[in-house]
Design a protein around this ligand. Structure first.
Ligand SMILES: [Mn+2]
Length: 323
């Protein structure tokens, strides 16, 4: 099909994620190896912020574009999508009478075009993994750049390999042998912190007071911005529970974060605790089990001592300040 086409369009789901966009890019490269004279364009109806950042940092932003229309074509490839309803504004630009190839890892839907050639593996963690399998089967070795794109796609959709099969791991090893770099892939996926966020996190750790609550370590601190990120940083440093306050004009925002172990073993739900604290101090608050905030019209000291008392009562143990 690729050899017979002269104008080829590659597209993906709207709000395209990292796996979608990088897979489109590698499909484009693969097509150029099979049919070097075809005109190939990648168009999606908009990519998400992380995908945009990733294509910019890989220097391939000019190869994939956002658009509301698709150029004239004689072969269309749907990548990381099999339901045309998910194509956003491009949906009406697709002709179902023309040849179509689907390369995807999502469950087929009733809208999946039945006439299309579907290369679809629901057990793959990412479309990048389907592509890796496809290239191995075609005996086409990915270039270093293609291997890097496929690795980033796999890491992104598998939440950095927190899921996958033995084949996923073999594919990762294969991509590394083709020149991909795991550390660079992880770095590409991390959104860089702003200068002020870095400062807030470092100041929070510099100013932190440490308490014990039974077996648990609590870190308390204050910053002038990024209190949520600062609380996360204290947990990343080793605190089981961290609360960081930020004194705004007439109120304080307190953000707490807890380690997974703390949430699991104590059963504490920080969202509920922040809700309780707010109710006691005429503020408002809430959130998730391991991440919650409250905005309260009182001073930092009162709020922190209220928070520690609440935790002490909840776990039935005294809070002790550590030197
Ligand atoms: Mn995907």
């Amino acid at each position: 099909m690729v050899k017979e086409a002269s104008k080829i369009v590659i597209t993906s789901h709207q709000n395209s994620d990292v796996d979608a966009v990088l897979s489109c890019f590698v499909v484009k490269k693969l097509i150029s190896k099979i049919n070097s004279t075809a005109i190939v364009s990648v168009v999606t109806s908009g990519m998400n912020a992380q995908a945009r950042k990733v294509v910019e940092s890989l220097g391939i932003a000019s190869e994939v574009r956002d658009g509301d229309s698709i150029p004239e074509y004689d072969l269309c490839l749907l990548v990381d999508v099999n339901n045309p309803m998910h194509l956003g504004s491009l949906r009406d630009n697709i002709s179902y009478d023309k040849p179509m190839i689907i390369i995807d890892h999502h469950r087929p839907s009733t809208n999946t075009p039945s006439k299309a050639l579907a290369i679809l593996d629901e057990n793959a963690v990412a479309t990048a993994e389907v592509l890796c399998d496809l290239m191995i089967n075609m005996d086409v070795r990915p270039s270093k750049e293609e291997a890097q794109c496929l690795l980033i796609g796999i890491l992104s959709d598998s939440r950095r390999l927190s899921m996958g099969t033995s084949k996923t791991m073999r594919n990762v090893a294969y991509l590394l042998s083709c020149g991909a770099s795991l550390s660079e892939a992880i770095a590409t996926l991390s959104i860089p912190m702003t200068y002020s966020e870095k400062i807030a996190r470092l100041k929070a750790s510099q100013r932190a007071l440490i308490y014990s609550l039974g077996q648990w370590i609590i870190a308390i601190s204050n910053v002038g911005s990024y209190e949520a990120s600062a609380a996360r940083a204290l947990v990343d440093l080793g605190a089981d529970l961290a609360a960081v306050c930020n004194e705004l004009n007439d109120e304080v925002r307190l953000c707490a974060r807890a380690s997974e172990e703390f949430v699991k073993k104590t059963g504490v739900h920080l969202g509920e605790e922040m809700d309780k604290l707010s109710a006691l101090m005429s503020g408002s608050g809430g959130g998730h089990a391991g991440a919650a905030c409250a905005t309260i019209p009182k001073g930092c000291e009162d709020i922190i001592s209220g928070f520690l008392t609440l935790m002490s009562n909840r776990l039935g143990q005294p809070v002790k300040k550590m030197d």
